[in-house]
Design a protein around this ligand. Structure first.
Ligand SMILES: NC(=O)c1ccc[n+]([C@@H]2O[C@H](COP(=O)([O-])OP(=O)(O)OC[C@H]3O[C@@H](n4cnc5c(N)ncnc54)[C@H](O)[C@@H]3O)[C@@H](O)[C@H]2O)c1
Length: 276
């Protein structure tokens, strides 16, 4: 047997939430670029239309549907439409997520490593807390539930959740709701993995470090920000969506068939510590 065959996803039916941008678009490209048929679910109608067209021109078999993962009835409906369109559901990426605004410190390093009242616990609004939990945790729950409804009867499937390094370590510059949502999602991954293991469904998480995407208004595109972060990441560079292609393909393909309930960190070593 050729080892390359273990990574085959040709003909797979795939759903990616938040699939029109950043890491979700990376998952879409990695899978569709290897012959899978991918439905991108995203709240951003404009970006979804642009990216669907761009990928189709490249010959990829992709479709898009406008979905807010906070609307669970619409999410369920979009799953049904995707399965009807492609006839099967093999892999689901629960990836849609938002940032959470400021944390209690302004900057990680330097002179601006000062307290930020806007991110302080006593000033944290219910609205901000609930929105982040609703998208980043409740949205993951609803996506996993929708996936299980198809995968359990067919006794096969892959669920891959985008968590974060913030699920493992506290980040003073990121709002507290983000940490709570991501840690909650990471533990939910373990619990659902345990529940679904007997149905030949694997459930794993990808925990990225700093990646250049459009999250939080796209601040990661700022070269100064990239320079600052790169100084401290042990590999001395930030991540780009292409860095996630290999891991996405691994977790979606037969190569990872006996791995479940795991959270794989992809961060250039940042979680290990900081190196100047
Ligand atoms: N970029 C990073 O450094 C980083 C690090 C760790 C974890 N993550 C996680 O990666 C995931 C993807 O984020 P990204 O960095 O690619 O950001 P991004 O903003 O580039 O992409 C996120 C996509 O999700 C969509 N989305 C947002 N809210 C939605 C909703 N309610 N319903 C449906 N779609 C929605 C957005 O429209 C966007 O297309 C998120 O879960 C994020 O928390 C990102």
């Amino acid at each position: 047997m050729k080892i390359a065959d273990l990574f085959k996803v040709e003909g797979y039916g795939v759903i990616v939430t938040g699939g029109a941008s950043g890491l979700g678009l990376g998952f879409t490209e990695a899978l569709a670029g290897n012959g899978a048929r991918v439905t991108m679910l995203d709240i951003d109608e404009q970006r979804l239309a642009t990216e669907t067209e761009r990928l189709r021109k490249r010959g990829y078999d992709v479709r898009g549907a406008v979905v807010d993962v906070r609307d669970h009835a619409r999410l369920d409906q979009a799953f049904e439409e995707a399965v009807q369109a492609y006839g099967r559901l093999d892999v689901v990426f629960a990836n849609a997520g938002i940032d959470s605004g400021p944390g209690f410190l302004r900057e990680w390093v330097g002179a601006n490593r000062t307290r930020n009242p806007d991110g302080a616990l006593e000033n944290y609004s219910d609205e901000r807390w609930n929105k982040v939990i609703d998208v980043n945790l409740n949205g993951v729950f609803a996506t996993m539930r929708a996936a299980a409804r198809y995968m359990k009867p067919q006794k096969s499937g892959r669920i891959i959740v985008t968590t974060s390094l913030a699920a493992l370590k506290c980040e003073a510059v990121i709002g507290a709701a983000y940490m709570a949502a991501k840690a909650g999602a990471a533990h939910l991954v373990r619990n659902v993995a345990l529940e679904l293991a007997g149905y030949n469904i694997t459930v794993n998480a990808i925990a990225p470090g700093f990646f250049v995407t459009n999250i939080g208004g796209g601040h990661a595109h700022n070269p100064e920000t990239q320079k600052t972060v790169s100084k401290h990441v042990p590999m001395h560079r930030v991540g780009f969506p292409r860095d996630i292609f290999g891991l996405a393909l691994f977790l979606a393909s037969p190569a990872s068939a006996y791995i479940t309930g795991q959270q794989i960190v992809i961060d250039g070593g940042w979680g290990l510590g900081e190196v100047d």
